[in-house]
Design a protein. Structure first.
Length: 118
């Protein structure tokens, strides 16, 4: 069992920045993938950014060039640096980690609210 704890959400004006953190109780290094999803009211949860084990990253088109995902294996922490935030980025952001231990396991954080005002 892996627990994920997110922090760093909040209220920011359009054009501002926030950095989300997600600290895992287990090894981030051994995860097959880690990253961030978000869910806005009335919308489906969508992938924002992810890192796979070899370090390759992927981003939603809507955040490319504005958001950067990174990880600190020593601290078992995944970060999402969000710059030039827009009102449409308003959502609950969830950290996830996927592991392949013979069977596949996925773990989710509790979510952190990001609100971007005009």
């Amino acid at each position: 069992q892996v627990q994920l704890v997110e922090s760093g959400g909040g209220l920011v004006q359009s054009g501002g920045s926030l950095r989300l953190s997600c600290t895992a109780s287990g090894s981030i290094f051994s995860a097959s993938a880690v990253g961030w999803y978000r869910q806005a009211p009335g919308k489906q949860r969508e992938l924002v950014a992810g890192i796979i084990r070899n370090g390759n990253t992927n981003y939603a088109d809507s955040v490319k060039g504005r958001f950067t995902i990174s990880r600190d294996n020593g601290q078992n922490t995944v970060y999402l640096q969000m710059n030039n935030l827009k009102p449409e980025d308003t959502a609950v952001y969830y950290c996830y980690a996927a592991y392949d231990w013979g069977a596949k396991y996925e773990y989710w954080g509790q979510g952190t609210q990001v609100t971007v005002s005009l």
